[in-house]
Design a protein around this ligand. Structure first.
Ligand code: HEC
Length: 130
């Protein structure tokens, strides 16, 4: 009896993780009319999928990714987004795990290379609200 309950709870928890984001499927890269990576159609969906669980209303590290304004404002330390400088932006170093903190925490799927490339290119192109 107890075992059944444990299994039900575990299954529910795992299903919760899967539906709360962290897909590793190939992404569709949407661009603006100018040919730039779109924030609203490419970058924001990636962040909503992988980061909202902890960087939404409750904003761990004072970092919220709910809106464009929140994203460019960043967290309690500076440099979340440095327009034109992907390697210097914590959003990139955190997901490439080249500097702490590493994100998302390792129990969640890491961002795939196509997602990281899209984020980098958007920053390279000026991190606009496009
Ligand atoms: C399971 C929860 C969780 C998820 C998912 C998550 N984070 Fe975090 N993140 C945290 C916690 C907790 C902190 C605060 C502790 C710290 O700074 O190490 C934090 C802090 C950060 C910081 C430092 C903020 C600052 O200014 O000090 C960055 C950058 C960051 N996260 C980026 C991301 C990105 C980008 C994603 C999505 C790809 C993400 N996180 C997903 C839990 C999470």
């Amino acid at each position: 009896m107890k075992k059944t309950i444990v299994i039900i709870v575990l299954t529910a928890a795992l299903a919760g993780c899967a539906s709360a984001g962290g897909s590793t499927d190939p992404i569709e890269v949407n661009r603006t009319d100018e040919g730039k990576i779109s924030f609203s159609k490419t970058v924001h969906p990636i962040l909503l999928d992988h980061c909202i669980r902890c960087h939404g209303e409750d904003a761990d590290g004072d970092l919220s990714i709910l809106t464009y304004e929140d994203v460019v404002k960043g967290g309690k330390t500076s440099g979340f987004i440095k327009p034109g400088d992907p390697e210097g932006s914590k959003i990139i170093t955190s997901v490439e795990k080249t500097a702490v903190p590493n994100m998302p925490p390792k129990i969640f799927p890491a961002l795939t290379e196509d997602r990281i490339q899209a984020l980098k290119q958007w920053i390279e192109e000026g991190a606009e609200n496009n």
